[in-house]
Structures are given as structure tokens and as C-alpha cells.
Design a protein around this ligand. Sequence first.
Ligand SMILES: [Zn+2]
Length: 272
Amino acid sequence: MPELPDLVYVARGLHDFISGRIIEQVEVREPIVVRNLTGEPFGACVTGRGILNVRRHGPFLVFELTGHRMIVAHPMLAGAFSIEPKSAGLITFIFKEGKLSYLDAKKMGKIYVVDPGQEAQIPRFTTQGVDITSPEFTEDVFLGLIRTSRRQVRAFLMEQEQISAIGNAYADEILFEARIHPKTFCHQLGPDEQKVLYDSIRTVIDRGIKEVQGANAGLHVKHRDHMLVRNKKNEPCPRCGAKIRRESVLGYDTFFCPVCQPAKRKLFIDWK
Ligand SMILES: [Zn+2]
């Protein structure tokens, strides 16, 4: 949390709520989440500036301010934004017309403030691969990437330098849609399976965006009701009724249906 469909929804919601507003004051309760690269004191570096635009870049939210400055949020596992007046955030941006709070129970997320040219100092910001919601994410581009990967398919899906940006929950949902076992290596997938995987990314992410939008919950609420296998250990598979299994794949909690997503025959020696 949050994943791409959540961030699409949050970026739109924040854009509608705060673009055009001016930051009058900033309250910081947890300096640990702040990375201010501007050289000016935090607070002073953003107060008095208007918010022009809020957009998503991979797993980041970008707030473009007047004077070419940017606030870049990387919410990681637990970061979220709230416009509820009662929310007590680690950081709170106060406008004449309301406030925006950054919440983060794990304090793993980061809020960066940068000037043009400093984006590369934000870890992973400038190394994001092709965005899966962009027109550039074509079947040909995807096939080019997966054909050269030596990784397990679930790890490949979550490699943001290749394709941006799929997290744990949607990786499980995409592999379920494609009927591919999460430990399958990319080079074990035939051309048809690779194309099915591409279609599954498009289908599952589009569905996720529509579901999150349709739920119309608060911006800080994570909406997972539409998930079919994620966090469904021992529940019946919605397709075949077998019990959903949870396993650790390369250290990540992974959910899948052992019947719909059978393991490939082991290749003991791979001469390729
Ligand atoms: Zn099944």
C-alpha cells in the first residue's frame, strides 16, 4: 500500500482539492520523513507557494509548486494523505481553505522538497521504467523486456526499473489473472503466455483503477475489496474453488491458486 491504482485515485483527488491553493503554513511532527534538498529551512522553502498541479510518477506523488519547486512524496508501505480536518499527520500543510496531512504509521515513506535538477537525488525517482498506464507500454515493449529477463516472473513484474509500478498486491492479482505460478522464470514462459501476461497487466490494473475510483472512499483509505487472491489464504479460489495458498517468494508474501497457477516442470539444467 499504496499501489498504482490507489495513487491514480489519490493524485486526482489531491489535484482537485489543492491545486490553485497556497501553502500558508507547515507543521512537522516527524522530521525523520522529510528530505529537504533546497538549502532553505523546511517550512520556509514551501510556504507562500501555490500548488500548480498534483500528478503521479511511478510510485511517487509529485506536487508542482510555483517557482519550479516540487514536493515529491514516496509513501512506501504505509504512507497516505488525508484532507480530513481532524487528521493528525506527521506533516501538515495548511491552506486558507483547509489542510493536507501526511500520515505514515510505519514512518518508512519520505517527503522530499527539490528544485529543478535535484530529482536524481531522490532514490528510484529517475530510474523508473515504462509506466504501465502510459501509451508507451505496448505489447512489443513488454515482450522486449521480458524476453531478456533472467528473473522469476513475480520479481520481474515488481522491478520498477523495467516496468513502473507494480507492488505486491497487484503482482499476485496479475499472475492469477494470467494463470502463471509466481515462481516461474520469465524464460520458461512461451510467447503466448508472455502475451497473456501483458494483457493481464492491462486488465488487472485498469480494473483496479476503476474499482478504487468507484469505491470513492477517503483518500487515505486503502481499497482492496476487489482483490481475488491477495490476502485470501485458505479461502476458495473464485475460479476453481481450490484453497488459495500463501508462500514466501524471494522473501515476499505471495498469494496464488495452486490449481489455476500450476508450477512449471523444473528445468534442472538450463543451457541457454
Ligand atoms: Zn483456482
